[in-house]
Design a protein. Structure first.
Length: 129
């Protein structure tokens, strides 16, 4: 089997599954910088003034999304959206404690969450298998 990078795995999962009753998106965590570009070349970007932008909290899954589900008759047959977190990892990629804690929290609160090392793993997390 050909080695697939984590970035390619995430792109494959998004392409394969974000349709029908599923909507997925890429979630980045950490800090980014924003400002007016003063100068730029192939390896350097200078911003001034600049400021930090906090992205998603540490441990947030690589992919987030919603899965529409029809709930039972006692809830009048309404559709609901269930939060879904997918942590994409290569065959040898390791899940950090913060990432595992996020997945555990989503599951505990009734969402869908898991680690996907393949498009098929993502399908399982989404309940499509």
């Amino acid at each position: 089997m050909l080695h697939v990078s984590e970035a390619q795995l995430l792109a494959d999962i998004l392409l394969a599954h974000s349709r029908g009753n599923v909507r997925l998106w890429r979630q980045n965590s950490g800090t980014a910088w924003q400002g007016r570009i003063v100068s730029q070349d192939h390896s350097r970007l200078v911003l001034s003034p600049y400021y930090a932008i906090k992205l998603a909290p540490e441990g947030t899954s690589d992919i987030g999304g919603l899965v529409s589900e029809i709930i039972t008759a006692d809830m009048v047959g309404r559709s609901i959206a269930v939060y879904t977190g997918i942590e994409g990892k290569t065959k040898t990629g390791r899940v950090s404690p913060a990432q595992q804690a996020f997945l555990d929290m989503v599951l505990k609160m009734g969402g869908r969450a898991g680690i996907a090392r393949s498009v098929e793993d993502a399908r399982r997390i989404l309940g499509e298998l």
